[in-house]
Design a protein. Structure first.
Length: 295
């Protein structure tokens, strides 16, 4: 009993004599513990090597290094909450090698796309990344990123087959265009109607004049790739030129001669001048000045 009292009094005396040193030591341990804890937190949250402690990921790691997301650690997309981390740790201790249910593999990456691409998706721009197409599909129609993008080995290229999942009626009927994908014509960076501009058409159809009669129209005002791609004379009269039949000699040629608009007005040039009328009119009667046609 005397020894116990002696030891207690020694401890109290030691603490009283070394208060400053003890406080300093406690502060030092607290700071060191905070530093170690913070470094461990950063290691688990920002170091890809942490992932390899559970996963055989040499091939996946290599594909990440070659991807556009190589500047971001795995944990940026494969997020786990503290609760999920602890749940997996407990499951591993209890179940051993048996896998525990988790979402950070293939679920959370798609949910975190908007964390980085939110501004890009909401902006309208001519770039593929900042586009009206994303704003329309992601925000207006609430379509998830995984619905349209593939997610194979850190490659998130657009899945062009996914368009048909929603747009089943949009089949390309144009001869020579059957093998084209949707994104060949529909640019996500276009603010233009239907996500397509004349420049997109002219990038393939380079022989067509960019200026002239009706150059202010959109190509798809006359050509409908998902329906009737080649307009007929009836379409001209029905859509825009309904009054032309009552102007000058048009009605005479349309009814008695049974000519069609496209017999005289050639696509993408349209205008009938003296040069053109010499060849066209002489097929039926002596050539006349085309200026007299409209009277």
């Amino acid at each position: 009993m005397a020894k116990k009292r002696s030891f207690t009094s020694f401890c109290l005396s030691f603490i009283e004599e070394n208060q400053k040193a003890i406080v300093f030591l406690l502060l030092l341990l607290t700071v060191m513990g905070g530093i170690v804890g913070y470094r461990y937190y950063v290691y688990t949250r920002e170091d890809p090597q942490f992932c390899s402690s559970c996963h055989m990921m040499q091939e996946t790691y290599k594909s990440w290094q070659l991807s556009k997301h190589r500047d971001f650690p795995c944990q940026k997309c494969h997020t786990m909450s503290v609760l999920e981390q602890n749940r997996m740790l407990v499951a591993f201790v209890v179940k051993g090698g048996q896998s525990a249910q988790q979402s950070h593999g293939r679920i959370s990456p798609w949910n975190t796309c908007k964390d980085c691409h939110l501004n890009a998706a909401t902006q309208g721009s001519v770039t593929f990344r900042n586009s009206y197409g994303h704003a329309r599909h992601v925000f207006m129609q609430n379509i998830s990123c995984s619905k349209c993008h593939s997610g194979t080995q850190h490659s998130f290229a657009p899945n062009e087959q996914a368009c048909q999942g929603c747009h089943q009626d949009k089949i390309i009927h144009g001869m020579g265009m059957e093998g084209l994908s949707c994104l060949k014509c529909h640019s996500y960076g276009e603010k233009a109607p239907k996500l397509i501009s004349n420049d997109r058409c002219l990038s393939c159809h380079k022989s067509l004049p960019a200026r002239g009669v009706m150059s202010g129209l959109k190509c798809f005002d006359c050509h409908h790739p998902h329906g009737k791609i080649k307009p007929a004379s009836e379409d001209c009269l029905k859509s825009c030129h309904g009054n032309e039949a009552r102007v000058g000699q048009h009605n005479l040629h349309l009814t008695k001669a049974e000519l069609k608009c496209l017999d005289c007005h050639k696509a993408h040039t349209w205008r009938v001048g003296k040069k053109e009328s010499g060849k066209l009119c002489s097929r039926c009667h002596p050539a006349k000045d085309p200026a007299t046609f409209i009277y």
